[in-house]
Design a protein around this ligand. Structure first.
Ligand code: NAD
Ligand code: G6P
Ligand code: MN
Length: 440
């Protein structure tokens, strides 16, 4: 069996250990000859990499492992780039969340003005990685988790249309895991779903078991009462995420024939979201206090002790999805997966040039999107507005246009007026001057 070489871009990410553990757990179906890490913050990456070195030595000493900040070393002789960079890291995420909140607007990592600000930082960082890959390993595929995936996907569609890059999101599979539990199944892989939308902006229209039985009525009964909070509590789910899963009940009520992505709460209930936010302590603070601290202290403990049992690093669903995708491409499995791809008629009454999140069959030539058909007016209206926001952000980045970015923020459903949009934008320009192109 062929063995593959993978570079993880954003080696210092909190998700890197989970991906390494998942890769190791899947050596039977996706065998590796090399794993490399690449990051532009050498000190941060080193902490994660040294712990992973210990884990690899214990579990798979035959896999060659290295880490570097040198793009040539990182991207030479690789088959897959698994990317999850965060340009500006958590301190900038904190600003993305707190600046809009100061103006009474949703402050969120990927939605609304915060997501737009993050997009303006990510585009350049992700394109740089695509270009390194094409320069040093032109046959490789880039599997990209880096957010905001909707804006990043639009940027790569427009600016690198022929590149082998696939943008993905773990939110649908996270929700599907909960739906499977509600339906009494062991795994989301026992379900076959139909779903359409934009990234962090979509709806399930059908959920069946593998025999073709409709699971929607059973799931609906539960969601109407509890949203996506499953019947038996999942240990370790943080309160803020639990609120989001519970709020899905109210998001669902707007179209009870479908099931919504949880992220729609930011667009449909922004007043509720703002009223329940603490402008002094947002999700970025929670992540820095919990996940980041946990991962980095576990890594340090593992390195110090020289054994993996000294830390508590976990494998997760997030990582399994990227391994599934790599396997589908590597072995032409034709697995059905939700990916962010150019619409090109799949949703036949929607912009063919929009990047949409829909089921695709995945093989060695990449994704083959399945037809969705015609979507209803409610979803069509929401998606048209949001896709225009995403396209305007990319145009603003390309043209260095203040005006287009103001239009983008104004058009976001989370923002009440052009004057509020302008006030937020002016604060974001100031906060992002080390990252954004200088706007004209
Ligand atoms: P993190 O800050 O812990 O890790 C990001 C790493 O990227 C850091 O080590 C940073 O130094 C590095 N980095 C930043 N800019 C870079 C550049 N230009 N080149 C190389 N490396 C660079 O963040 P995290 O919370 O672990 O998340 C990582 C990314 O994964 C984020 O973009 C996050 O939004 C994304 N994510 C996406 C999904 C999804 O559904 N698509 C799910 C989870 C996380
Ligand atoms: C989900 C989404 C990601 C997002 C993440 C944020 O997994 O699909 O796109 O980055 O949530 O989670 P966090 O724990 O960092 O707030
Ligand atoms: Mn996502």
């Amino acid at each position: 069996m062929k063995k593959f070489s993978v570079v993880v871009a954003g080696g210092g990410s909190t998700f890197t250990p989970g991906i390494v553990l998942m890769l190791l757990a899947n050596q039977q179906r996706f065998p590796l000859r090399a794993i490399k890490f690449y990051d532009n913050d050498g000190a941060r990456q080193e902490i994660v990499a040294e712990a992973c070195k210990v884990i690899l030595k214990e579990q798979a000493p035959e896999i060659e492992f290295s880490y570097t900040t040198d793009p040539k070393v990182a991207f030479t002789d690789v088959d897959f780039v698994m990317a999850h960079i965060r340009v500006g890291k958590y301190p900038m995420r904190e600003k993305d969340e707190k600046i809009p909140l100061r103006h009474g607007v949703v402050g969120q990592e990927t939605c609304g003005p915060g997501g737009i600000a993050y997009g303006m930082r990510s585009i350049g960082g992700v394109l740089e990685i695509v270009d390194y890959m094409e320069k040093y390993s032109p046959n490789a595929w880039m599997l990209n988790y880096s957010n905001p995936a909707a804006i990043v996907a639009e940027a790569t569609r427009r600016l690198r249309p022929h590149s082998k890059i696939l943008n993905i999101c773990d939110m649908p599979i996270g929700i599907e895991g909960r739906m499977a539990q509600i339906a009494g199944l062991k795994s989301r892989k026992e379900m076959r779903v139909r779903y359409y939308g934009l990234n962090h902006f979509g709806w399930w229209t059908s959920i069946e078991d593998l025999q073709g039985n409709d699971l929607m009525p059973k799931i609906r009964e539960h969601v109407a009462k509890h949203g996506y909070v499953p019947p038996t509590d999942e240990p370790g789910v943080e309160a803020s995420w639990n609120d989001t899963f519970a709020k899905a009940k109210d998001v669902w009520a707007l179209d009870p024939s479908t099931f919504p992505n949880t992220y729609l709460k930011y667009y449909l209930y922004p007043d509720y979201v703002v009223a329940h936010a603490n402008p002094e302590h947002t999700r970025a603070n929670e992540v820095m206090e919990h996940r980041e601290k946990h991962v980095f202290s576990s890594c340090a403990a593992i390195t110090q002790a020289g054994k993996s049992s000294a830390g508590e690093l976990e494998i997760d669903e997030h990582a399994s999805y990227i391994v599934d995708l790599a396997t589908a491409i590597a072995f032409n499995t034709q697995e059905r997966m939700l990916l962010i791809v150019p619409n090109q008629g799949a949703i036949n009454n929607f912009d063919p040039e929009a990047m949409v999140e829909i089921p695709c069959l995945v093989g060695s030539k990449g994704p083959e999107p399945l037809t969705v058909g015609k979507i209803p007016l409610f979803q069509h209206g929401l998606m048209s507005q949001q896709v225009a926001v995403e396209k305007l952000v990319v145009e603003a980045w390309v043209e260095k246009s203040y005006l287009k970015l103001w239009q983008a923020i104004t058009l976001s459903k989370t923002v009440p007026s052009a004057s509020v949009a302008k006030a937020i934008l002016d604060d974001l320009v100031e906060a992002n001057k080390d990252y954004w192109p200088e706007l004209k």
